[in-house]
Structures are given as structure tokens and as C-alpha cells.
Design a protein around this ligand. Structure first.
Ligand code: PHE
Length: 339
């Protein structure tokens, strides 16, 4: 029996040494010292021993119990301190480290330019309306008084979906939609994407953005157009900015003008930015053609109006002195992060 006790002690100590968790230790405690444990079953057999042997074996069993108990306590303490070490190592907080700043994005320069343009015109009393990018040939060309042989209708200039449907080449068809659905006085702006068959370069893109404006009322004159664009120019580019109208031709306006703004860099004296001109070309505009009004059911003898279309890319390029359109679309954060 003493041999048996020695075996229990050896295997107990061995197993305890090899255990790696507090739960495993608890299982060993039950296995060796529990009510149905190995040591208890020896003690139960004490009655079968002679009165000489009984105290010896009893005492030896107690020693084994104490050794195993002591070893379990020791091992428990070891494991706990190991766990603590591990926790300290892995959960270490270095309070001297700077906090992790979340990078917060911001609006794309095209979007913020568009928003500013909208803000300026809305503050003058224009309604913001939207039109579809897939548009009828009728709204994009016919209703805008474009002759059947107008070069912009060409398949090399315009993306055709079918014979009668295109990707709009300008935001001007929204004028038609507004005049068909609203009664004068009409005052709307409409920003959005337009599409043309152009290969991308520094000043061309097959997709770009325009903002259309339309005003229809009694007694609207070219002076109203000029005044409106003056206010836009000053709000967008600064108090001293002046506008200049140059004769041009669009099928849907008569007279038609191209509008220059005085150079933002030199104020009109002539510099590198304006190539010595003092003026920078900004947009197309004009008085709504009587044919367009009549085609939308508005009497040209009673009402007149003006329209303008301004490129959003162009405005942003002028505002931020950007010389390559493609920068807007490449989404290089080194570029768009600057705005
Ligand atoms: N739609 C013209 C363009 O894309 C601009 C424009 C709009 C001109 C309104 C006159 C009136 O070039």
C-alpha cells in the first residue's frame, strides 16, 4: 500500500507539473483528493490493514495529501502570475502615445463648387430643379431650335441611345422641361452631368458638369442677364469681379453671348493666367429664342427670358487655378485633399 501511495504521489505531482490551466488543476484536485479520488480510496482501505500497519499507511497518506495540496497551490500561484504577466504584456496601454486621429473626408472640390453656385443662385430666388441625363433628342436638340443639320447632333459628338434618345449633351433640355411644366414667372437653375464624345485631355472629358439657369417673365432684358451674372461673378470670385458679354451663337438664344469675367489674378490688367487679355471666358448665355418659347406654349409677345449655362469644372478650375480637368476625376487624395 505504501508503494501504491508513492505511485499516487508521483503521478499526481507529474500531472500537476504538466497542467497549464487553473481548470485542469481543479480537475486534478478532484482526481487525487476528491471524495472518489485515488487517495480517498486508499484511506477507505485502512480498515483492512493490521493495527501496526494502519498508522504508518495513514500517516504516509496524509503526507502525500499535503504534498499534492501544496503542489497544487504552488502551481496555481505560478499559473496566475503567468496569466497576469501575459495580460500586462498584451494589454499594455502606453499613455504617452498620441491618440489615433480618425481621418475625416470632405466634399470633392467639384461638389463644393457646385454647392456654392447653387447657394448663390438660390439666394437670388432661383428654384433648384433636376433633369434626366438620358434625354430625348427632341428636348436636347429639336425643342432647343437646333437645325436638323446642326453639327452637335452628329454621332461623333453625341452619344446616341437610339434614334430618338441621347445622353444629354448640355443641361439646356431642362429649360424645355421647366417651360413645359411651369407657368411664368419661371426662375430655375439645374446642375448636372452632361456627355459628349470627347477623348479626355486637359480641357475635355466625355462626362462633365454644367449648371443651367433660366428666367422667364414679362419685361426680362439682357440687362437682367448681365446683372444676375455680375452678382454671380462677384459672389463666386470676389467683389471686384466684372463681366463682359461678347456676341456668339447658340440655336436656342437670340441674341447669344459668351460671358467673360475679369481676370481673378490681375483684376483685368493682363497677366499669365489670362494670357494678357485681362478677361477669362466663363460661360454661354443669351435671351431665350422666340421659337423655343412658342414651342413650349409660352407667348413670345408676352414673355421674354434669359438662359445661361456654366461649366462646373470650368468654374472650379478658374476658382482654384487648376490647369488639368483630369485631376478632378483621378481621385488622387494628394490632389483632392487640398480643397
Ligand atoms: N448649352 C450651352 C452649351 O452647352 C450653354 C448655354 C446655355 C448657352 C444656355 C446659352 C444659354 O454650350
Amino acid at each position: 500500500m505504501l508503494n501504491k501511495l508513492k505511485e499516487i504521489e508521483d503521478s499526481g505531482i507529474n500531472e500537476i507539473n504538466g497542467s497549464s490551466s487553473t481548470a485542469a488543476l481543479e480537475e486534478l484536485r478532484i482526481k487525487y483528493l476528491g471524495k472518489k479520488g485515488a487517495l480517498t480510496s486508499i484511506l477507505r482501505q485502512l480498515g483492512t490493514l493490521s493495527s501496526e500497519e494502519r498508522p504508518k499507511v495513514g500517516a504516509a497518506a496524509n503526507v502525500v495529501r499535503q504534498k499534492i495540496e501544496a503542489r497544487i497551490e504552488q502551481k496555481l500561484a505560478e499559473l496566475e502570475s503567468l496569466q497576469l504577466d501575459l495580460k500586462l504584456k498584451t494589454e499594455k496601454v502606453d499613455v504617452t502615445l498620441p491618440g489615433c486621429k480618425k481621418e475625416i473626408g470632405h466634399l470633392h472640390p467639384l461638389r463644393s463648387t457646385e454647392n456654392r453656385m447653387i447657394e448663390i443662385f438660390v439666394s437670388m430666388g432661383f428654384d433648384l430643379v433636376e433633369g434626366p441625363e438620358v434625354e430625348s433628342v427632341y428636348n436636347n436638340f429639336d425643342a432647343l431650335n437646333a437645325p436638323a443639320d446642326h453639327p452637335s447632333r452628329d454621332e461623333t459628338d453625341t452619344f446616341y441611345i437610339s434614334d430618338s434618345v441621347v445622353l444629354r449633351t448640355q443641361t439646356s433640355p431642362v429649360q424645355i422641361r421647366a417651360m413645359q411644366t411651369r407657368k411664368p414667372p419661371i426662375r430655375i437653375i439645374s446642375p448636372g452631368k452632361v456627355y459628349r464624345c470627347d477623348s479626355p485631355d486637359a480641357t475635355h472629358s466625355p462626362v462633365f458638369h454644367q449648371l443651367e439657369g433660366l428666367v422667364i417673365d414679362k419685361h426680362i432684358t439682357l440687362g437682367d442677364l448681365k446683372g444676375t451674372l455680375d452678382l454671380f461673378a462677384q459672389s463666386m470670385f470676389g467683389e471686384g469681379t466684372r463681366t463682359r458679354l461678347r456676341p456668339h451663337n447658340f440655336p436656342f438664344t437670340e441674341p447669344s453671348v459668351e460671358v467673360d469675367f475679369s481676370c481673378f489674378a490681375c483684376g483685368g490688367k493682363g497677366c499669365k493666367l489670362c494670357k494678357g487679355e485681362g478677361w477669362i471666358e466663363m460661360l454661354g448665355a443669351g435671351m431665350v429664342h422666340p421659337n423655343v418659347l412658342a414651342g413650349c406654349g409660352i407667348d413670345p409677345n408676352e414673355y421674354t427670358g434669359f438662359a445661361f449655362g456654366v461649366g462646373i469644372e470650368r468654374t472650379a478650375m478658374r476658382k482654384y487655378n487648376i490647369n488639368d480637368l483630369r485631376l478632378f476625376y483621378e481621385n488622387d487624395v494628394r490632389f483632392i485633399g487640398q480643397f
